[in-house]
Design a protein. Structure first.
Length: 380
């Protein structure tokens, strides 16, 4: 059987989410219609909104449905800059953000934004102490992710939010890898916005949310019927939001005990890596999500190791992005000061609700030999 260790990419849908979706898939009615069928669909959407708000520690009016985390990131950053420029033209993001944030940041720079990058430490922690200096210029928004998607390192989002508020900037965190894995309470975080995605927590692909504090007025980046606080137009999907809400409720309720279980499995992978010469766990010295382990294996290409593990029935991912078939070093690890070779030799193992002790047993059986073979292929 295959061993799935790529939950940070997507995780299998959970039964409660599937059940919630199936119950709504046959429903007829547009949630924006005024007739009885439309009102019934609207009820499903609003009950899901209330449920997700409860799971995330926010008010239901602060939940804006999106197609996923990428759209939520785009909506906040572009909407914040458009609403506040030219008076506040600066946008600050950390160097280790998801491409949904970094590429939006780069696009805003091409449109004339003063786009600034916040440094990170060698352990992968955003250097939020730099923010007072960076925010001396009038700033529209600051974005520091809650949990890094490659290393699992938990970021100081509350401190970032405090610095942003003091400077009059709006604060945001991509919280896609945080929900269900670390404690997440939007109200006490101090953030103005956070992005979520359903399929990372056992919900359906194709739905997410932007949590947006009341009183924050973004400019819309798309136009239509004015749904979702006039920010995200389009017909809402009751089945998707119901599945998302059910998955979030399930994940958040289980988070304290699941964190302990996954931390044990994470520790086993850490120990396995330490037994391999030339292997280094990235971010191991700081707080991490228990769901992610990122290891650099000196003297090989991560793609070679990934395919060897794939042949052995283990699904993992590299820390690199693949564009037009050309493998690139991990931008996250480069930002952490790793060399190009090191950033091209790293593998991510990510854990979730289906991960078992037997999965880690199998990894322990095949990883050492796979590393040796990959190093031989690399010519070490």
């Amino acid at each position: 059987m295959r061993r799935y260790l790529d939950h940070a990419a997507t995780t299998p849908i959970v039964a409660v989410a599937m059940e919630a979706m199936v119950a709504e898939l046959g429903r007829v009615g547009n949630a924006s219609s005024l007739h009885a069928s439309g009102r019934a669909a609207r009820r499903v959407v609003e009950e899901a909104r209330e449920s997700l708000a409860e799971s995330c520690g926010c008010h239901p009016t602060e939940v804006i449905w999106t197609s996923g985390g990428t759209e939520a990131d785009n909506l906040f950053l572009t909407g914040a800059w458009a609403a506040r420029t030219p008076q506040r033209n600066r946008v600050v993001v950390s160097a280790i953000e998801h491409p949904a944030v970094l590429e939006t940041h780069a696009a805003l720079a091409r449109r004339g934004a003063d786009a600034v990058i916040l440094d990170v430490s060698s352990d992968g922690v955003a250097e939020v102490g730099q923010l007072p200096e960076l925010l001396a210029a009038p700033t529209a928004a600051v974005s520091v992710m809650w949990v890094n998607n490659e290393t699992g390192v938990v970021q100081p989002v509350t401190a970032a939010a405090e610095y942003a508020r003091a400077a009059g900037a709006w604060s945001h965190a991509d919280a896609v890898q945080a929900l269900g894995h670390v404690p997440l309470d939007f109200a006490t975080s101090g953030l103005d916005a956070a992005s979520l995605s359903a399929h990372k927590i056992g919900g359906p692909v194709g739905v997410g949310a932007l949590l947006l504090r009341r009183g924050i007025e973004l400019s819309p980046i798309g136009f239509g019927g004015g749904q979702e606080r006039d920010l995200r137009s389009g017909t809402l999907a009751p089945a998707l939001v119901a599945g998302f809400a059910a998955a979030a409720r399930w994940a958040v309720e289980r988070q304290p005990t699941e964190a302990v279980r996954l931390a044990d499995l994470q520790a086993r992978i850490d120990a396995l890596a330490r037994r391999i010469d030339g292997a280094n766990v990235n971010g191991a010295a700081v707080e991490r999500s228990p769901a992610i382990v990122n290891v650099t294996f000196d003297g090989l290409r991560a793609d070679d190791l990934l395919m060897l593990l794939d042949d052995a029935g283990i699904d993992t991912s590299t820390g690199s992005a693949c564009t037009a078939g050309v493998s690139q070093p991990s931008d996250v690890l480069l930002a952490m000061g790793r060399s190009t070779d090191q950033a091209s030799a790293s593998l991510r193992f990510s854990l979730g609700h289906t991960t078992s002790s037997a999965d880690i047993d199998r990894l322990a059986e095949v990883l050492p030999d796979a590393v040796r073979t990959a190093r031989t292929a690399f010519g070490r």
